[in-house]
Ligand binder design. Structure first.
Ligand code: SF4
Length: 316
């Protein structure tokens, strides 16, 4: 049987970012240095395939520090943790390694600097997301006010509108965040913020590639996890950029082939925590059903790399 033709657009950049790559390396190197089990507080990155792979090598994933024994190393996930977490680990004299992405740590430092200058913080982020919890937890309770939408800006009640600063989660939609920042500046003209939002290079680049790819595609798939903020934003960006069918899939088995009936062009990208092996699995699934011509849609070249913490670079 002849296969129908399909142009498969592949977004670039896609998939792993430098922060995710570093976090995974940290767990692997910790297992080498200290042996199993090594505890990891929260999914090291939001991807089941990655987490399952590390679990097989001896990592134990927990949600809270109190679930870890005192005498085993613990690693904090790439999303960052409230200050109280390393403080509690230090008090228990535990070995801990912080895999917080350096670009998230930069936001933590910013928040602390503004607070030291007497400013109250507004955080633009998603309630309950571990990165938002971690950044808000850099300062005492009540010092950081959360804003999720433009509508929230109208109701937020700071102590002193003249003494305000804002930070953002790193994995937000660039366009939505611009609107929220504009609303903040309109309501609080004295508010101080970063030159650009704190949205990281990887989030920005993946969204730009999707904007360039989406209008060419009958349908688009984002390889990523449902709890991955940057992956979910890619689905929204694709739909807004003109692709009628944009869906998140974790693996090839999630593809709804009936919904794709009759397509002649397909776009594929992946969130920052999705490994290339899963992207290839999805591409292969299309190659099995279609006569595929692959075309790259490349909008940026990334060469960012972050060092792992010194404790892991030293020999055991
Ligand atoms: S998405 Fe951005 S902030 Fe998050 S881990 Fe990757 S590089 Fe760091």
């Amino acid at each position: 049987m002849t296969k129908p033709p399909l142009t498969l657009y592949l977004a670039a950049p896609r998939g792993f970012c430098a922060g995710v790559d570093r976090a995974i390396k940290i767990v692997e190197m910790a297992l080498e240095k200290w042996g199993a089990p090594v505890y990891v507080r929260h999914e090291i990155v939001h991807n089941k395939f990655v987490v399952d792979g590390l679990r097989d090598k001896g990592a134990v994933f927990v949600e809270e520090l109190h679930e870890c024994p005192d005498d085993r190393p613990v690693i904090f996930s790439a999303h960052g943790v409230p200050k109280a977490v390393p403080a509690a680990a230090a008090k228990r004299e535990m070995i801990y390694v912080d895999a917080t992405c350096p670009l998230v740590s930069k936001v933590h430092i910013e928040a602390q600097r503004h607070a030291d200058n007497g400013l109250q913080m507004i955080m633009i982020g998603h309630e309950g997301h571990p990165e938002t919890v971690g950044t808000m937890g850099q300062l005492p309770d009540g010092e950081v006010l959360l804003v999720e939408t433009v509508a929230d800006v109208a109701t937020v009640t700071p102590r002193d509108p003249q003494k305000l600063a804002f930070v953002t989660q790193t994995t937000l939609s660039v366009d939505d965040t611009k609107d929220i920042v504009a609303a903040l500046h309109a309501r609080f003209p004295a508010i101080i913020g970063p030159h650009k939002e704190d949205i990281c290079y990887a989030t920005t680049n993946r969204q730009e590639a999707v904007k360039a790819m989406a209008p060419k595609c009958d349908a688009m798939l984002v390889v990523g996890a449902p709890n991955s903020s940057n992956s979910r934003r890619l689905v929204e960006v694709g739909a807004r950029a003109g692709c009628d069918y944009a869906q998140l899939v974790q693996r090839a088995t999630d593809i709804d082939w009936r919904a794709l009936d009759g397509i002649t062009s397909m776009g594929i990208t992946a969130g920052a925590s999705a490994p290339e092996v899963l992207i290839n699995e999805v591409i292969d699934a299309f190659k099995n059903r279609y006569d595929v011509t692959v075309e790259m849609v490349e909008t940026a070249v990334e060469n960012v790399e972050f060092k792992v913490p010194r404790v892991l670079r030293e020999t055991a």
